[in-house]
Design a protein around this ligand. Structure first.
Ligand SMILES: *Cc1c(COP(=O)(O)O)cnc(C)c1O
Length: 352
């Protein structure tokens, strides 16, 4: 830290991303990327003609991409916002919809970035403990008169609330934005998108990073009432209007046009998830039932940090969180069946 850093940021603890190893020999099951590459249309879309167009600025409205998404989700273009990854949208949403008298509420165990953004903007916030079984108790979020942020399914637990439970939270907090982060919704949870027609305070955030194999392209989108979308646009045009680059925009349109390819990949991942969960249970693990592309699991014979380290030595990366309440656990991304067999074999060796 230099002496020049504004006092406001001196105590800020930034987000720690999962490791991205330079060494591709490692089996990477730590950051919930898709094990499958983008589909053929995406590969075609980011061709040399599009690359030559990089001399031009991208479309700050992202009109084509918004129209494609709107059609896919039964919305109009004015209900869609696109940004440089969904983290970008979370950032803007914390900036735009909380502060002053508006406090924020989110689960104690959830996506680590929520707290970072809340600290970044100096917001007043409450972290609500999960139930014993790691589920969110929807009652804790009903009638709270605060901005609410919930990942559904939640990370790193993989547990999801039902659409009915989400609706109760949205319905009973009409004076505040309820942000539902659906980064993992394509792996089996119920999406809240249809509620956008009914509630002006609902902001649904999704991403191309997980189910659509494009984490490196950085593309996220939000679906919400025209008012909320206009607010996000205002922030974007006050910071970086070109925050979705040309290649990403083209890739995003192509991905929506080959949706069946990604749906099939999600189906395979869900199948591999059940297989992996079953095998882990056989090995004596506790496995939290998951609606996401990862499993939150506890080895009964070994501490989570130690298992992480031992597997790393064998070239397999999984995720471990230091936070006390979950330090016994690991989060394991679902890869291909072959990758999971490799993992299971390594676990057997490690725990003996
Ligand atoms: C991965 C993830 C994101 C971030 O996605 P990007 O679009 O890659 O920025 C947001 N929320 C949750 C809960 C995630 O797990």
């Amino acid at each position: 830290m230099s002496k020049f850093l504004n006092e406001r940021y001196r105590k800020l603890e930034s987000y720690t991303p999962g490791e991205q190893p330079k060494d591709t020999v490692l089996t990477k099951l730590n950051t919930n990327e898709s094990p499958y590459p983008p589909g053929p249309k995406v590969l075609e879309a980011i061709n040399s003609r599009e690359a030559a167009n990089l001399r031009l600025y991208s479309d700050p409205e992202c009109a084509g991409l918004k129209e494609t998404l709107a059609k896919q989700y039964g919305m109009t273009k004015n209900n869609i916002y696109v940004s440089n990854g969904s983290d970008d949208i979370l950032n803007f949403a914390f900036m735009a919809f909380a502060g002053g008298r508006t406090e924020v509420l989110f689960p104690e165990i959830s996506y680590g970035f929520y707290q970072v953004f809340a600290d970044l903007y100096n917001l007043k916030y409450t972290k609500v403990p999960l139930k014993e079984d790691f589920s969110i108790d929807p009652k804790d979020y009903v009638c709270q008169n605060k901005m609410i942020v919930i990942a559904n399914p939640n990370a790193p637990t993989g547990k999801a609330l039902s659409l009915y439970e989400i609706e109760e939270i949205v319905r009973t907090n009409p004076e505040n934005v309820v942000l539902i982060d659906e980064a993992y919704v394509d792996f089996g949870a119920e999406s809240a998108v249809e509620l956008v027609h009914k509630y002006e305070n609902l902001l649904v955030v999704q991403t191309f990073s997980k189910s659509r194999s494009m984490a490196g392209a950085r593309l996220g989108f939000a679906i919400a009432s025209e008012g909320l979308i206009a607010d996000l646009e205002k922030i974007k045009f006050s910071t970086n209007p070109y925050n979705v680059n040309r290649l990403t925009c083209a890739a995003g349109i192509a991905a929506i046009e080959e949706n069946d390819y990604y749906r099939e990949n999600c189906r395979k991942i869900v199948e591999t998830r059940s297989y992996t969960a079953e095998k882990l249970v056989e090995l004596g693990f506790k496995v939290v039932p998951s609606k996401a592309n990862f499993l939150f699991t506890k080895c009964e014979k070994m501490d989570g940090g130690e298992l992480y380290q031992k597997l790393r030595e064998k070239g397999i990366l999984i995720r471990h969180f230091d936070s006390e309440k979950i330090s016994q656990y690991n989060r394991i991304t679902i890869g291909t069946r072959e990758e999971m067999d490799l993992l299971l074999g390594a676990i057997e060796e490690v725990i003996g």
